[in-house]
Design a protein around this ligand. Sequence first.
Ligand SMILES: *[C@@H]1O[C@H](CO)[C@@H](O)[C@H](O)[C@H]1NC(C)=O
Ligand SMILES: *[C@@H]1O[C@H](CO)[C@@H](O)[C@H](O)[C@H]1NC(C)=O
Ligand SMILES: [Ca+2]
Ligand SMILES: [Ca+2]
Length: 362
Amino acid sequence: MPRWAIYAIFVAGALLILICCICICAKCCCKGKKKKQKKNEKIDLKGVNGKTTTALVQPDVSDVGYGSTKRPRGKLLYSLDYNAAESVLTVGIKQADSLRAMDLGGSSDPYVKVYTCPDKSKTFETKVFRNTLSPTFNERFSFQISKSSLLKSTAVMQIFDFNRFTKHEIMGEIRVDLCSVDWNRVIEEWQDLAEPAKFEEENLGEICFSLRYVPTTSKLTVVVLEAKDLKSMDTGGSSDPYVKVQLALDKRKWKKRKTSIKKKTLNPYYNESFTFDVSFDQIQRVNLVISVWDHDTVSRNDPIGKLFLGGDASGNQLRHWADMLANPRRPVAQWHSLLSAQQVNATLSLKRKLPLHNKLPF
Ligand SMILES: *[C@@H]1O[C@H](CO)[C@@H](O)[C@H](O)[C@H]1NC(C)=O
Ligand SMILES: *[C@@H]1O[C@H](CO)[C@@H](O)[C@H](O)[C@H]1NC(C)=O
Ligand SMILES: [Ca+2]
Ligand SMILES: [Ca+2]
């Protein structure tokens, strides 16, 4: 056999082995990639995308809590201070420890809601801390409260687990009867979180809507998706809910639209879209007021609950508004708890309608 033939056979053999190796490698890699892709798809459900809004509204498995009533709920370090000269109560939320894991990933996204009872007109919330069971908040909140009301009030601090697409779950709370506090000393202490009291919160219901702002076309789109667990307003334990979507500019009523009426349900599904012309300059000065009403044929329609978003909002509402502004052109959907109309009116304090000439196009 000539020498070149031996070389040729050798080279061909080596080539064959090399091809085999490449094939096996490629197969392995593909499998790995496919697995990764599947994982990514799951995670992508969390990102908001116009076409999958309804999928996004479904509860996210990782956000389903599994708290039982027996396990300890963790503890909270808080401070209390009363300035009698100025009638100001200051509640400090310092840090929490050993909180319960509410999400399937074994962690929680805690934030604290602070208010006083019975006058609940002011409710504050700390920032949300993602994926931790021992957050350091270091925030202070002030309440205007006279000495005589102070002694009849209770300070309430509730820790919640934030979830983007499902209801925020309460993890525990602390109630301090302010009449039993010795105001002559500095109050800063750790206290175990207790099971939340059931009696006080009047549950008005939850509403889910998406917001989308496109600066280039000056369009604000509100899609009212659905509501659930609405308060029943009619005899027979039901309501006929519809949703009003209002815009206020510089605290004056400006534009208003409403959804259709859904008869006899406490869990209406709307999927109705409203688009408003709002310039980039105006979006900084606008408040969006969402209210749910019970339609009645004979008597006046009753408000079930209300909430508002915009630069003047706080907590969860402000977060949703800020997410919308930070993600132009993308719809951002979120659930919100309804508040009483009185509470929202008191906080927002809208003035009368805008003067007519502001509405004309010239
Ligand atoms: C919601 O409305 C949009 C636009 O009108 C439509 O494309 C979508 O299919 C609707 N979703 C459902 C679940 O009805
Ligand atoms: C809230 O304000 C609206 C309009 O500003 C008013 O029609 C409504 O009666 C008020 N509701 C309550 C409960 O004060
Ligand atoms: Ca969570
Ligand atoms: Ca009704």
